[in-house]
Design a protein around this ligand. Structure first.
Ligand SMILES: Nc1ncnc2c1ncn2[C@@H]1O[C@H](COP(=O)(O)OP(=O)(O)OP(=O)(O)O)[C@@H](O)[C@H]1O
Length: 566
């Protein structure tokens, strides 16, 4: 908030002016009543005019005092979102393994919202309360110290009551937030998984589960509503105690002519000005607690040190060599790669295969710098990956992940996602390379066809080829292809792979695939099993060894023969 101090200062000036004008109004009421009692018609008109003028000016200054506070809070919210996203994107994979997506999203919405309310409305009300209390108390004490003390006696009670209610309000609203989170999560899962739910006849089960969350949310909302309903009337319960004291003590003074009737009414009006800020103070205390909890949750992300810095990448433009030295890695203490050693010369093509779950994707994720690697176990271009500047390293990596993730937008936008503003000729070239041109020509809006949420308007194979094209558009010296043809038929895979081989000649390429016909082109094929290197060699060498790879080749041959017979 320090960044916005000039803005806040201007808000403070207008706020103080508003509060000063607020002091004028009860005094004008007193003058009005005194004029009535003394039958001074002229003065009555002046007082009426002044009251109207003060109310008008106060309306203007009040609006001007609010905007700077709310403006600063909106800017804070905007800056927090920006910082939060940047910090998130700089994190490595283990960070994302720790947090659920729903939890991260709620930090972007609820927690930032809480901080914005505290920093904007909360700060304004807090400053206003201090100012109103300070100014009004001075006036009240000057009018009559004993009457002030008597009238203020119930106020600590009001503060305690609102404080008590707002603590319970806070717990209740946390329950509501949690309930809302569960309802949203169930809803999101129900909508995105609707095809699975309907095709498996799980509607009734899902509806039951949803009703459970929905009813919990209703319970939480009702208890919050009950508390909110009690907060306002608690004011009505205590305020009359003050009025009673004023009428009893002040009334006697008026009867004894030690105070005018106008002064008594003005006194009451000044006191009434304290009621709202007192009520708000209890609310602010709750807001501060909620804001502090949110700040802590945001701090977990903003304060977590992203893996930045490190040594600069040497000769980033050149395809690097890759050297794995007894690489060991696991998730949550569960080992996946167990002492993997491999030498991949710069500019060579290495095929990776092996049974499911043996650690192929994990290896590519490590090479892409998505997870921190142990020092000295992965050398890229002769440099220790653990010591490298992660951002600079990722710039030379072109990765096609196993899961084809598209972003909202058109086919063309997705193909050029990494190269915005590129020429239309690049778009055509990319789509031709990944054999997407004929299908795009058949789309009603060509490259402008929307891909839908996550790319659901495209087939699995089309999504995969858009991802491949996206990586090609971006380029890089180190290529990490994680089963990029798994949704394509053998002939299409071969056609695209042959084109890619020409384009990627001289680059360092890792290809994970379960198709021996694609792996055969590799300079070296590594077969992993249970996180260890089981076989390693060229196509011919591994065939001669008669191991896992040879069986894969044989299986494919038989499959082709059967297809031929069919
Ligand atoms: N983020 C993660 N958190 C915890 N465990 C994980 C995570 N990612 C992968 N694993 C586990 O690590 C092991 C290796 O997974 P990986 O995805 O690397 O295998 P893979 O060889 O690529 O498998 P597939 O051929 O089925 O794609 C598996 O047992 C998997 O359950």
């Amino acid at each position: 908030m320090k960044t916005y101090r000039a803005l806040l200062l201007s808000g403070l000036v207008w706020l103080l002016l508003t509060d000063l004008l607020g002091l004028l109004i009860p005094w004008l009421i007193k003058e009005g009543i005194d004029s009535v009692q003394m039958a001074r018609y002229g003065q009555l008109t002046t007082v009426g005019g002044l009251l109207a003028g003060a109310a008008l000016v106060r309306f203007v200054t009040r609006s001007w005092s609010r905007y700077p506070f709310l403006h600063a809070a909106c800017r804070l919210e905007n800056a927090l979102r920006h910082d939060l996203l940047n910090r998130l994107l700089a994190q490595n994979g283990s960070f994302f393994d720790r947090f659920r997506t729903g939890d991260l999203l709620s930090r972007f919405t609820n927690d930032i919202n809480n901080l914005r309310t505290l920093a904007g409305f909360g700060l304004m009300i807090f400053v206003n309360t201090l100012a109103v209390y300070g100014m009004t108390l001075v006036v009240l004490l000057r009018m009559s110290a004993p009457l002030t003390l008597a009238a203020l006696l119930p106020y600590p009670l009001l503060l305690l009551l609102t404080r008590y209610l707002s603590t319970r309000l806070q717990t209740a609203s946390a329950r509501v937030q949690m309930g809302l989170g569960q309802v949203s999560e169930a809803l999101e899962e129900g909508i995105s998984g609707q095809a699975v739910i309907r095709s498996s006849g799980l509607q009734a089960l899902r509806a039951d589960r949803f009703d459970g969350h929905n009813n919990d949310y209703l319970d939480a909302s009702l208890s919050l509503a009950r508390l909110r309903s009690a907060l306002g009337p608690s004011m009505a319960l205590i305020a009359p105690l003050s009025t009673m004291a004023i009428f009893y003590l002040g009334g006697r003074q008026v009867i004894a002519h030690r105070m005018s009737l106008g002064e008594l009414v003005a006194f009451n009006a000044y006191l009434a000005q304290l009621a709202m800020p007192t009520l708000m103070l209890g609310w602010i205390l709750g807001l501060v607690q909620r804001g502090a909890a949110s700040a802590e949750r945001l701090g977990e992300i903003l304060g977590s040190s992203p893996p930045s810095g490190g040594q600069p990448v040497v000769a980033a433009a050149r395809p690097p060599s890759v050297s794995l030295k007894n690489l060991c890695f696991g998730y949550n203490q569960k080992p996946v790669l167990r002492g993997l050693s491999l030498e991949v010369p710069a500019g060579s093509l290495i095929g990776i295969a092996g049974p499911t779950g043996c650690g192929k994707s994990t290896l590519l994720h490590l090479l892409a710098g998505l997870y921190p690697v142990p020092a000295g176990q992965v050398l890229i271009g002769g440099q220790d990956l653990a010591m490298l500047d992660g951002e600079a390293h990722r710039l030379r990596v072109a990765m096609v992940p196993q899961e084809s993730r598209l972003f909202s937008g058109s086919v063309g936008e997705n193909l050029l996602y990494a190269t915005p503003g590129a020429q239309a000729s690049l778009l055509k070239r990319l789509s031709r390379t990944v054999s997407l041109d004929a299908e795009v020509a058949n789309f009603s809006e060509g490259f402008d066809t929307r891909v839908g949420e996550g790319g659901q308007a495209l087939s699995g194979g089309q999504r995969q080829r858009v991802c491949l094209g996206r990586a090609l558009g971006r380029g890089g010296g180190l290529w990490l292809l994680d089963d990029p043809f798994s949704h394509l038929d053998a002939a299409t895979s071969q056609r695209i792979w042959r084109r890619l081989l020409r384009l990627l000649a001289g680059k360092t390429v890792f290809l994970v695939s379960g198709q021996a016909s694609l792996l055969a082109a590799a300079d070296c094929i590594a077969i992993l099993e249970n996180g260890r290197l089981q076989e390693c060699g060229s196509h011919q060498q591994l065939l001669a060894e008669g191991g896992w790879y040879a069986r894969l080749v044989e299986k494919e041959r038989l499959q082709r023969e059967l297809e031929g017979l069919a």
